[in-house]
Write a protein that binds this ligand. Structure first.
Ligand code: ATP
Ligand code: MG
Length: 453
């Protein structure tokens, strides 16, 4: 316990003056600047810190701005009307300006000097960290060197205690202190390494990546709610595909998504394609500023295991919808022991999966019932992702795509089987041939379970 970064790393301050770095106040949120100036005017030290400084140095636009200060949370509260204190494990002040929240954290220390607050370590893990300290101590308790940079509002310089500026230039992630010790203190730092490397296009220093194999299993003890938050940042922030590949390469995927890793290990190429396309589509949506839902993402990641389990049970004689329901329940229950996916999302995932076999039933009544299902759109998008599973699934996707574009009466007539193709369509040229050809194929399989290749 005594050999954490606080006792093994000696901070060495390098000050980069305003004219030697690219950070401009123009790119710092008004709210963050107000907090920094107010603290400073009240006689406290006030710094922008962490991801925001790192991202500003990289020329990016940080979405959140964190402030570090030597004022205690109570002292911060006295300075701001719009302030509330939060957190037990890690006490902080939140200063609120409309939609924006500035997180103000008091420097954390080693606990060896006098100071108020408490710090609690169990089996090498930090479970509480409320010992106030100096900026030097605060710097070395942070995870990566690039995350331990401080922008000083009093003279606009950047303070670098552990070599973070050089790492930003070299695009590399080094942990501060001994990697194994730092991961034992907080195993989620392994996932943070992967996430930041994926997000920033940085490499993970060899020494920082080396313990993953041995210490990855510690993620089993990480709080499932925290892993849920982390999984959203990994997969729904515009770099999901890259995160996924890096989690696989580093061997960490199996500790977060055991079912996904198992299904992929069975050599399922179609599943890999489905996941990669799903993540690539999600990344594209994020970059276009469109909404993305965690339910769809988790439905994609867990599909292989749900489908294989359902098929196994169906082969053993379990009725189809019961088999799908049971498979979904089992896979979700297992996954939620690792990553606490909220109920509102697991319900949607279960619906998306349960609707998949129903796409194979193209009798008239069933088609219209499925189309009006509240989850139809998501389930249909999911069906399209499954195209690589078999030519039959791919054709099914095309059939439903086409069916949705037809006017109601045209589709109804086509499904009843007495309308000659052609004249009823809004787009004669496009509709004539496919409609006739495709109508029969899915209908031929109606009611059955297609067996994906
Ligand atoms: P992002 O761009 O995703 O916000 P970030 O580095 O800002 O990345 P946050 O979770 O916002 O990540 O954390 C803010 C800062 O707090 C980090 O830059 C780091 O200095 C520190 N920090 C966060 N999590 C940890 C941790 N688990 N261990 C040590 N320091 C941490
Ligand atoms: Mg941040």
């Amino acid at each position: 316990m005594s050999h954490d970064a606080r006792t093994t790393v000696t901070p060495a301050l390098r000050i980069i003056p305003r004219e030697q770095h690219v950070i401009s106040r123009k790119n710092i949120s008004k709210a963050a600047l107000r907090v920094l100036y107010r603290l400073n005017e009240a006689g406290y030290q006030a710094y922008l810190v962490g991801g925001a400084v790192r991202d500003l140095l990289l020329g990016g636009h940080p979405k959140d701005f964190d402030v570090a200060t030597n004022a205690t949370p109570e002292e911060v509260k006295k300075l701001f009307r719009n302030c509330r204190l939060i957190g037990r494990r890690f006490r902080l002040a939140h200063v609120v300006y409309g939609p924006e929240i500035i997180e103000v954290a008091t420097f954390r220390g080693t606990g060896e000097e006098e100071g108020e607050g408490d710090r609690h370590i169990v089996d090498g893990r930090i479970v509480r960290d409320n010992v106030w300290g100096t900026i030097e101590e605060d710097a070395i308790r942070r995870d990566f060197r690039v995350n331990a940079l401080y922008y000083d509002i009093s003279d606009f310089s950047v303070r670098d205690y552990v070599g973070g500026v050089k790492d930003v230039e070299d695009r590399v992630l080094h942990l501060i202190g001994d990697p194994a010790t730092r991961y034992r203190e907080d195993p989620v730092r392994m996932l943070r390494a992967v996430r930041l490397a994926a997000k920033l296009n940085f490499r993970i220093d060899a020494a920082a990546a080396k313990p993953f194999g041995e210490l990855g299993p510690l993620l089993a003890d990480a709080a499932p709610a925290r892993l849920f938050d982390e999984s959203l940042k990994l997969f729904l922030a515009g770099h999901g595909l890259k995160s996924f590949h890096m989690l696989e390469q580093t061997g960490l995927l199996k500790f977060m998504f055991p079912a996904t890793a198992r299904a992929l290990k069975r050599g399922d190429q179609a599943l890999r394609e489905l996941i990669e396309r799903g993540l690539a589509n999600t990344d594209a949506r994020v970059l276009e500023g469109k909404s993305v839902t965690p339910a769809f993402l988790f439905a994609v990641l867990l599909w292989g295991e749900v489908r294989d389990l359902a098929h196994t049970w169906i082969t053993k004689g379990v009725e189809s919808s019961a088999a799908w329901e049971r498979a979904a329940t089992r896979v979700v229950a297992e996954q939620c022991q690792r990553v606490a996916i909220p109920r509102r999302f697991t319900l949607t995932m279960e619906e998306i999966w349960a609707l998949q076999p129903r796409f194979e039933q193209v009798q008239r009544k069933r088609v219209f019932r499925l189309m009006t299902h509240p989850r139809f759109r998501a389930a249909f998008d999911f069906l399209l992702l499954r195209a690589a599973e078999s030519p039959a699934i791919s054709e099914l996707g095309q059939w439903w795509d086409h069916a949705q574009q037809l006017p109601h009466e045209t589709l109804a007539a086509a499904l009843s089987g007495h309308t000659p193709p052609g004249p009823v369509s809004a787009e004669p040229a496009a509709s004539t041939k496919p409609r006739r050809r495709r109508r029969r194929k899915p209908a031929g399989k109606a009611g059955g379970q297609s067996d994906p290749a």
